[in-house]
Ligand binder design. Structure first.
Ligand SMILES: Cc1cc2nc3c(=O)[nH]c(=O)nc-3n(C[C@H](O)[C@H](O)[C@H](O)COP(=O)(O)OP(=O)(O)OC[C@H]3O[C@@H](n4cnc5c(N)ncnc54)[C@H](O)[C@@H]3O)c2cc1C
Length: 415
């Protein structure tokens, strides 16, 4: 198997199967069955066991004919990666296909009012009563919870174990009476994340992912995939302008199910708009602005190379290195620098929001959205801690709360 044989095979399959007048779910079901939607996944689970290195070849062939891929955006790919790694066959049967077709929407219920960076400090409790888990507690900043069918839930199941060992990981049905979702309005005007109140919410026993007490390991799998994906956020939530029933349905999907991610390109800083804006406004002739534009483009280019190195390592089957955290940190620095350069170019008019604002308000939206990049998926400080400890091998921060039973750890939250 080489690039040419993979290319020929996927090209022949697309020629026989792709057309833009079929339904989106119908097409994605067919695609999942063929293995070409996620070729690096196991062949038993909708893939073709192909090394990651062939994925770009497959994607090129899809792009060449304008074919739509499986539903890859949103939290659903984090759910898929986690269930593939730690789930049971029953869970894989139930969830993976509907993730790929885009029929189910997911959210991630990790952060709580008292535990964001310190996610292992979660105090939402799950107790086994009768024949099911009963969950009580509060989650917050839960992106897409108001759209979600299913949630990835981290909850405490044993208070007598040390912090990291008393946690378990569940898939919870979001559409049940015990789950109340309240959207939060952000400073950029969107309401993409929520508070989630869990009051005697129930989870059947077969919906635990891995074993009781193994929640921290499973959580790390989800977070590793989230950080690794951080450099891909710019492409989220964009429909194509191609013609055909399937493209109409994809645009509807983007407008509804993926609406919470509409501002994600702005949160990454819109580096792509900097040079055109500098030329159009004449600011490119200002030597100070030129310097800043150059610095930004250099940062963006070197981050792209780091991401490519990470991809190549993955393609060669090497384990995940520090690139996830390095890439996440770079994305924050780039977003902040881009917001600064946009402002230098635009001056005070960068502050005008809404349709009358610069670029239909995009520049103002960039300014109000980039702070999210250095918080979501683990803050900059947490990435620096990870890099210090795992890459630079510096001694771990002294910690008082990881050895004794969690019940005895002083906290500022009730649980
Ligand atoms: C756009 C967006 C989407 C999000 N989506 C989700 C989601 O879908 N699901 C979900 O569960 N969560 C989500 N979050 C929450 C996010 O994971 C948390 O906000 C983040 O982990 C930080 O937690 P916190 O807000 O509680 O801040 P805190 O943990 O209270 O941190 C406050 C400050 O203290 C610093 N700090 C904390 N601990 C340390 C330390 N050990 N060393 C050095 N500095 C430290 C932090 O860096 C930060 O500057 C989202 C957040 C954003 C912004």
């Amino acid at each position: 198997m080489n690039d040419d044989t993979v290319r020929a095979e996927v090209r022949a399959w697309l020629a026989a199967n792709w057309n833009a007048e079929q339904g989106l779910v119908e097409w994605r079901t067919k695609l999942a069955g063929s293995g070409w939607g996620v070729p690096s996944w196991p062949s038993r689970w909708y893939g073709r066991d192909l090394p990651e290195g062939f994925v770009p070849v497959v994607e090129e062939e899809f792009a060449r004919v304008g074919a739509i891929g499986v539903a890859k955006t949103g939290i659903r790919m984090l759910a898929a990666a986690t269930i593939l790694a730690h789930g049971t066959d029953m869970q894989r049967e139930k969830f993976l296909l509907r993730i790929l077709t885009g029929e189910d929407t997911w959210c991630q219920l990790f952060s709580e009012p008292g535990s964001g960076s310190d996610v292992a400090g979660a105090v939402t409790r799950a107790e086994f009563r009768g024949n099911q888990w009963v969950v009580n507690g509060q989650k917050v900043w839960t992106t897409s919870a108001h759209k979600a069918d299913w949630g990835l839930l981290l909850a405490r199941t044993d208070w007598d174990q040390p912090k990291h060992r008393g946690l378990s990981y569940f898939v919870i049905d979001m559409k049940q009476p015990g789950v109340a979702v309240h959207p939060l309005r952000q400073m950029n005007g969107y309401a993409s994340f929520n508070q989630v109140f869990l009051t005697d919410a129930v989870v059947p026993p077969e919906m635990i992912v891995s074993t009781v007490g193994d929640g921290w390991t499973v959580t790390n799998t989800t977070l590793m995939h989230e950080r690794r994906g951080a450099d891909g956020l710019r492409g989220w939530a964009r429909g194509s302008d191609l013609v055909g029933r399937i493209h109409d349905e994809e645009r509807a999907e983007v407008a509804v199910a993926l609406e919470p991610y509409r501002w994600y390109p702005q949160r990454a800083g819109r580096v792509d708009l900097v040079m055109p804006r500098a030329i159009e406004s004449g600011a490119i002739h200002d030597p100070v602005v030129r310097q800043e534009v150059a610095k930004l483009l250099i940062m963006a280019k070197s981050a792209e190379w780091t991401a490519r190195r990470a991809r190549t390592a993955k393609e060669q089957g090497k384990p995940q290195g520090p690139e996830g955290s390095l890439g996440k940190l770079a994305a924050s620095n780039i977003a902040r620098a881009a917001a600064r350069v946009h402002t230098q170019i635009a001056g005070a008019s960068a502050l005008l929001a809404g349709a009358d604002g610069l670029g239909a308000g995009v520049v103002a939206e960039v300014l109000l959205s980039v702070p999210a990049t250095s918080i979501a998926g683990g803050t900059d400080e947490i990435q620096r801690n990870i890099i210090a400890e795992r890459v630079l091998k510096m001694p771990r921060e002294a910690s008082e709360d990881t050895k004794r039973p969690f019940r005895e750890v002083p906290r500022n939250t009730i649980g």
